[in-house]
Design a protein around this ligand. Structure first.
Ligand code: NAD
Length: 329
């Protein structure tokens, strides 16, 4: 079998080479737009990451493709309908370490409630004064509203409960175990109207596109903190920027954001960036905004598990034609 991997690091090459012996393996450190697809149009299996946009046009250039394994939870970068129509199976890696993303969510939250960005900026400039802008908030005074209580959101809920927070949740499917622990499921409007902190954990889809828009923000509490570790376009960045400027939103912690592809990939290519008009660059200069470059998943454990599960998915497909819990189509 010919198996092509994109967006790999040296450790990935080593692991996949050791664990997929007997196959023709081709590795690219680049993302798909930088690869000459003609060179690999006869591949049987393609393993990609979230920056590899596999739209209809790109997919139609693969002649033998039987399986795509995205080494991520989200699969919104792949045209799933096209894959279904053309008998291409799609696998994701859903359970590599949801706790890693939940922990990053907590890191963003605590950084905001304890004013770490301003504090670190000051001490880095050898300013150790205890100014009023460094006064923090106690988590056990706050209600967090979790939108999406799947694998990641349910860990965030447990962590927030253990820190003494009141936890509201909104999801199309309610998690009975979380209810027993004290999580209260409410409707979307109640959640956004009553929460001091809102944390997003839904997949990106037409239903969740700009779920947090100007209208939703209007209903939120003054000074609400918004955390997004799901997908950038779940939040309307323009509306968020206006709300932060006005003080309606008191803080934002963003691991994902619209335009992140441009920024992360440009940086990846030439070590510097970028169009200063990108919305997120304007946001990044605000003291009450913390941005990380889509690294909520990026821990030693998670990365090891992603590699391991990728090999498991490929082997299962080759041996049985099935994908079990890895299957998204
Ligand atoms: P999951 O499928 O376990 O949970 C998603 C939850 O959202 C489910 O409970 C589902 O019922 C709910 N949901 C879906 N659509 C909804 C809607 N329209 N309204 C209300 N609820 C809805 O997924 P997960 O493993 O918890 O991951 C969630 C998302 O996190 C992924 O789709 C991915 O986009 C993102 N993610 C980000 C990173 C990162 O590094 N920042 C890493 C992994 C995953």
């Amino acid at each position: 079998m010919k198996i092509v991997f994109t967006w790999v690091k040296d450790e990935d090459v080593k692991y996949f080479s050791e664990n997929l012996k007997g196959h023709q393996l081709i590795f690219y450190k680049d993302y798909i737009d930088k690869i000459n697809v003609e060179e690999i149009s006869d591949t049987d299996i393609l393993s990609v990451f979230v920056f590899d946009k596999l739209d209809k046009e790109k997919l139609s250039r693969f002649k033998n493709l039987k399986l795509i394994v995205t080494r991520s939870v989200g699969f919104d970068h792949i045209d799933i309908d096209y894959c279904k129509e053309n008998n291409i199976k799609v696998a994701n890696i859903p359970s590599y370490s949801p706790k890693s993303i939940a922990e990053h969510t907590l890191a963003l939250l605590l950084s905001l409630t304890r004013k770490l960005k301003t504090s670190i900026e000051k001490t880095t400039k050898v300013d150790f004064t205890q100014t009023e802008d460094l006064m923090g908030l106690d988590l056990d005074d706050l209600t967090v509203g979790i939108i999406g209580t799947g694998r990641i959101g349910s860990w965030v809920a447990r962590m927030c409960l253990s820190l003494g927070m009141k936890v509201y949740a909104y999801d199309v499917i309610e998690n009975e175990e979380l209810k027993k622990l004290g999580v209260k499921y409410v409707d979307f409007d109640t959640l956004i109207e009553s929460s001091d902190v809102i944390s997003l954990h839904v997949p990106y889809s037409p239903q969740t596109h700009h779920l947090i828009n100007g209208e939703a923000i209007k209903k939120m509490k003054e000074g609400v903190i918004l955390i997004n570790t799901s997908r950038g376009a779940v939040v309307d960045t323009d509306a968020l920027y206006e709300a932060l400027k006005e003080g309606k939103i008191g803080g934002a912690g963003l691991d994902v954001f619209e335009d992140e592809d441009i920024l992360i990939l440009e940086k990846y290519e030439d070590g510097h960036s970028t169009d200063k008009n990108l919305k997120i660059i304007k946001l990044s200069t605000l003291p009450n905004v913390i941005i990380t470059p889509h690294i909520a998943y990026y821990t030693t454990k998670a990365v090891k598990n992603i590699r391991k599960h990728t090999v498991e998915a490929i082997k299962m497909f080759l041996e049985t034609g099935k994908l079990g819990s890895f299957e998204v189509v």
